[in-house]
Design a binder for this molecule. Structure first.
Ligand SMILES: Nc1nc2c(c(=O)[nH]1)N[C@H]1C(S)=C(S)[C@@H](COP(=O)(O)O)O[C@H]1N2
Ligand SMILES: [Mo]
Length: 331
């Protein structure tokens, strides 16, 4: 993401985004219901499956292959797997779009613990396996719109964040949810760099009503497979009506708070990246238009530029969350 230059870093150390850029139908089938402890019935399997081999814990692979197809939502062409997993923003592994795919293999994601903290009756540190126990995973096809004005259509596998949060019993003081990415410099090379613009670990947050919205997804897979590391394995947030930087990867902590939490990009350049970061074609980034986006794959001959939709096309479902708010001020 192109960011305003902090005064202590010479401009020669900062590469602008333009430079980075250069270089449903359901398949219905019976599954191993007894193995799942279920009886009878036929579940719908994810419609979009890749034959790619992805590392992951066996229990997670099993749970993902038992995912059900979600509600039919988008009939847009899916972004091919190679682009979804080869063109990424995951600054812990470098700032080039190809860095995450090249370097994220070093990340170990099993075992994985997530701390649930703050304004909940049942705080604690939980193994991912226990967090996912009993949850039925579903496939959801969402548009992902990066603030840099490119977008993809991705078939995620996951579950509603609301279903997770409810189990820990948020208190009446819980007004926001704060998320934190893993801090592990041995495996995330850019966390060692003193020149990083991000104060590690990467952090993001949502207002409670946004977090509880049924569209807000915790993803553990895509294209019918375990999440590749470069896409935020083993657990990442997906908020489809917000710019991609809200969708924080490789989450190790979820804290419910009374106050609006620290969020990495708004802390770096608050005049460019807001806390809300709702996709909005009418509010331009200070240095580029947000009216359009490049739908990947996009190239010189077929740039595939399309208009950006209000709330990334989810306005009918989420506009009500922001009624009465001035979205030019609270961008
Ligand atoms: N921890 C962490 N999460 C992150 C980022 C990051 O650099 N670090 N980049 C964000 C940005 S800018 C985008 S657009 C999406 C990209 O997700 P994808 O690579 O799965 O398409 O991840 C978001 N989550
Ligand atoms: Mo992004």
């Amino acid at each position: 993401m192109l960011i305003r230059r902090p005064t202590d870093i010479p401009s020669s150390e900062i590469t602008p985004e333009s430079v980075y850029r250069n270089r449903r139908e359901f398949m219905r089938g019976a599954i191993g219901l007894t193995a799942l402890g279920l009886s009878g019935g036929v579940l719908a399997k994810p419609a979009h499956i890749t034959d790619a081999e992805v590392a992951g814990a066996p229990w997670l692979k099993n749970q993902i292959s038992a995912a059900t197809a979600g509600k039919a939502d988008s009939n847009e062409t899916l972004t091919p797997y190679q682009h979804v997993t080869g063109y990424n923003n995951f600054y812990e592994f470098g700032y080039d779009k190809t860095d995450p795919a090249a370097h994220a293999d070093s990340l170990t994601t099993d075992p994985w613990k997530v701390e649930i903290a703050g304004e909940v009756n049942k705080p604690g540190s939980y193994n991912l396996e226990d967090l996912l126990k009993g949850l039925t995973l579903e496939e959801r096809i969402y548009r992902l719109r990066c603030v840099e004005a490119w977008s993809m259509v991705i078939p995620w596998i996951g579950f509603s964040l609301a279903d997770l949060l409810k189990r820990f019993e948020p208190t009446s003081k819980a007004k926001y949810v704060a998320f934190t990415t893993l801090m592990r410099p041995e495996e995330m090379p850019a966390q060692k760099s003193r020149l990083s613009t991000i104060k590690w670990p990467y952090r993001e947050g949502l207002r409670m009503d946004e977090a509880m919205h049924p569209l807000t997804l915790m993803a553990v897979g895509l294209y019918g497979k375990v999440l590749p590391n470069q896409n935020g394995a083993p657990l990442r947030l997906v908020v489809p009506w917000k710019y991609g930087f809200k969708s924080i990867k490789s989450i190790v902590k979820i804290e419910l708070t009374e106050e609006q939490p620290y969020t990495s990009w708004s802390a770096i350049a608050s005049d460019e990246y807001g806390f809300y970061a709702n996709v909005n074609p009418q509010v331009d980034h200070p240095r580029w238009s947000q009216a359009q986006e490049r739908r990947l794959p996009s190239g010189l001959l077929r740039p595939n530029v399309i208009p950006t939709q209000m709330f990334n096309g989810y306005a009918d479902q989420v506009a009500g969350l922001y009624s009465g708010m001035d979205l030019r001020k609270l961008y």
